[in-house]
Design a protein around this ligand. Structure first.
Ligand SMILES: *Cc1c(COP(=O)(O)O)cnc(C)c1O
Length: 493
């Protein structure tokens, strides 16, 4: 059985099912298991099996209180026909490097890999007669739709999403307001993303609301990227992409590879570190940041300092100043020093800055490299990758590609993670290719991008044209709690 405890204290252990249902530990830390790395996966096995089999193997290793049968059911439900390729996360050539395409799911962003799986894992964990769970989330664009799609139609669960009115792209808004399912709710908020997030935090802290819902057998939960149930599924594609390179005879089993990861909350690249601890031959993990380069500075200096300006960039899913999942790396790199992690996180909360001891930084730097790309470099990379390699990439992927190109080649095969379809960010991709997009809506940009490049928009996005708007609620920030309560009443009664 895998037992999980907080990164900040070892006193209370829970099973992985409990960790997945709770999300965050009661002391504010993240759930970790000291068994990470005690089981190493056989490369021979991984190289001879499908994505689905590898996903079940990885999950069975990290979440060992789930039965093999339960996990096979979860994997089949999460990675079925809603993906546009049975490979799930295919690897394709990118010049002399490789592109790991993580955007073939129902919402065309890498969040699908985790958010198609999390609801399945939660569903098994809550059991047939458990409390009903309402997921509540604020979104600046990508996460909301991925959560809606993942939780839609799952028994005993519902999902409510708030987005800032007028502040998400046309395509992102349409993705959310056309969402089908009797257990979903979507509401625009008159305010910013921070207003949405602030209000959602207040909803979670509202004891009176929690009691009223509890009387009806309902609890609120989040689908936050610190949940073990989001982290674990992401480890699979590190192993599977390695297997694909072996099958292409680009590497032999045992050869080391390097991954470059466009990073925001540090969940994606941390999954690569988990894969390394589980036996994947990883030479280096390169953390690529946009102009919000707090991680580049941290990896260079050992000082994490969030006291800086926030930049709104063309890779918005990486516009983050506090990379929550970094706390797990600090735990493992310090050999499980809860006291250290707890004091660093205390510094972050009180002063906005912490300094990691040099011995821990040495361990981190032995695996992690870093680099940054501002918007100008991102645009230039989109243009050059298209012109020179005939590969169309989105702005998040372009950040990673720029950083990979700037990193001296260490002789390993190198894999650049691609986290979104370029068609999710049509306007910015088009303008990077030198087109004028003033006054064009999302679909006009989509048409223009198809015409210019001869590529085809994914049907998940072009099909939105025919979608019916099912959610037109708009509320003021102070009404967010009331909206959640009425959504619970509608979904569960
Ligand atoms: C969320 C997201 C990222 C960042 O991933 P983290 O796990 O938060 O580091 C990068 N690209 C896209 C498109 C995303 O949606």
């Amino acid at each position: 059985m895998s037992f999980y405890h907080s990164t900040r204290s070892e006193t209370n252990s829970v099973t992985s099912k409990q960790a997945i249902l709770t999300g965050i530990a009661p002391d504010g830390g993240l759930y970790v298991s000291d068994e990470l790395g005690s089981t190493r996966l056989s490369l021979e096995t991984v190289c001879s099996q499908s994505y689905h089999q590898t996903a079940a193997l990885v999950l069975g290793t990290l979440l060992s209180d789930y039965s093999g049968e339960e996990l096979t059911r979860c994997v089949d439900a999460a990675y079925g026909s809603q993906w546009d390729t049975t490979a799930v996360c295919p690897v394709t050539p990118l010049g002399t490097d490789w592109l790991l395409e993580l955007y073939h799911g129902p919402t065309c962003a890498f969040k699908d890999v985790a958010l198609q799986m999390l609801p399945q894992l939660m569903g098994v964990a809550r059991g047939a007669n458990g409390e009903k769970i309402m997921i509540v989330t604020a979104t600046s664009g990508d996460t909301g739709k991925a959560a809606l799609d993942g939780f839609a139609g799952v028994d005993g669960m519902g999902v409510t999403v708030f987005y800032p009115a007028g502040k998400v792209s046309d395509i992102q808004r349409l993705q959310m307001v056309t969402q089908l399912g009797g257990n979903v709710a979507v509401c625009a908020v008159n305010g910013t993303f921070d207003d949405c997030q602030g209000q959602v935090k207040r909803v979670f802290a509202d004891r009176a609301l929690a009691e009223r819902l509890s009387e009806r057998g309902v609890v609120l939960s989040s689908a936050n990227s610190i949940n073990v149930g989001r982290l674990a599924p992401q480890v699979s594609y590190y192993f599977d992409s390695y297997a694909q390179l072996v099958r292409r005879e680009a590497i032999r089993p045992g050869d080391e590879v390097t991954f470059c990861v466009p990073t925001g909350n540090f969940g994606d690249v941390l999954a690569g570190y988990y894969a390394k601890r589980m036996g994947l031959p990883v030479r280096r993990l390169i953390v690529a940041s946009n102009a919000n380069d707090v991680l580049t500075d941290f990896l260079t200096t050992g000082v994490y300092d969030r006291r800086r300006d926030f930049h709104k960039t063309i890779s918005p899913s990486m516009d983050i100043l506090v990379s929550s999942n970094l706390e797990r790396l600090l735990y493992f790199a310090s050999n499980g020093d809860c006291e250290l992690v707890s004091s660093l996180m205390g510094d972050l909360a009180e002063k906005g800055v912490y300094t990691v001891p040099e011995s821990v930084m040495e361990e981190i730097r032995s695996v992690f490299s870093c680099g940054r790309a501002d918007d100008a470099a991102t645009r230039e990379t989109i243009l050059n990758t298209w012109r020179e390699l005939d590969v169309l990439i989105d702005p998040h992927t372009a950040v990673a590609k720029h950083v990979l190109d700037a990193t001296p080649n260490d002789g390993t095969e190198r894999i650049c993670l691609s986290t979104a379809s370029p068609y999710k960010f049509c306007a910015d991709v088009l303008s990077a290719l030198g087109e004028v997009t003033d006054g064009m809506n999302g679909f006009a940009c989509m048409d223009a991008l198809e015409k210019l490049t001869g590529t085809v928009a994914p049907p998940q996005l072009s099909g939105l044209r025919a979608g019916t708007v099912l959610h037109d609620d708009v509320c003021d920030p102070e009404r967010v709690g009331a909206f959640v309560e009425s959504a619970c009443a509608r979904v569960f009664l």
